[in-house]
Design a protein. Structure first.
Length: 87
């Protein structure tokens, strides 16, 4: 079987595919697979969601200025602003 598939620019070989198949057939340690790897930490017990937001250049500049002023991130500035909005 020939393949044009690559990983990090290196061709995937039949030997590698067989090694992956052998590993899968022998089973996985699900506890190790579920372990959270690198990345951003959660923000609490419940899962967080990423929300896309469109801003003008002026709004982005104001947001970045505020974040720099407060020594925080864009996300934190937006979260604080949402806390100020009456329900």
């Amino acid at each position: 079987m020939s393949t044009d598939e690559t990983i990090n620019g290196k061709p995937v070989t039949e030997e590698q595919i067989q090694a992956w198949a052998d590993e899968a057939e022998s089973g996985y340690d699900y506890a190790a697979l579920k372990k959270r790897g690198k990345g951003r930490p959660g923000r609490g017990a419940a899962a967080s969601h990423v929300i896309a937001l469109r801003l003008t250049e002026e709004e982005i500049q104001a947001l970045d200025s505020r974040a720099k002023e407060e020594g925080t991130t864009r996300s934190d500035v937006i979260r604080k602003a949402l806390q100020l909005v009456p329900a």
